[in-house]
Design a protein around this ligand. Structure first.
Ligand SMILES: [Zn+2]
Length: 84
């Protein structure tokens, strides 16, 4: 029986199929949050790999004007902010 096994492009360890959240910068500013994204996640380094279809769908959404399913306020922390 053939078992589909995706290996990490960075370290070569096997990946596991997981459902993850992904944040991507939007072309209009801010970030877009994707929930329930199917990804192959490396069991060694944690790198996420997406299929070409998933990647192209996410890119099309952040570059387009698709109405989001939900809106969240996202806290932003500026590490370069002068203190005091
Ligand atoms: Zn890896």
């Amino acid at each position: 029986m053939m078992q589909h096994l995706f290996t990490c492009l960075s370290c070569g360890y096997p990946c596991q199929k997981r459902t993850v959240s992904v944040n991507l910068p939007r072309s209009g500013g801010g970030i877009a949050v994707f929930r329930n994204v199917t990804a192959e996640v490396c069991t060694q380094c944690g790198e996420m790999h997406f299929t070409l279809l998933t990647t192209s769908r996410m890119i099309a959404i952040v570059q387009g004007f698709s109405p989001p399913d939900d809106m969240e306020l996202v806290p932003v922390y500026d590490m370069q902010r002068a203190s005091g």
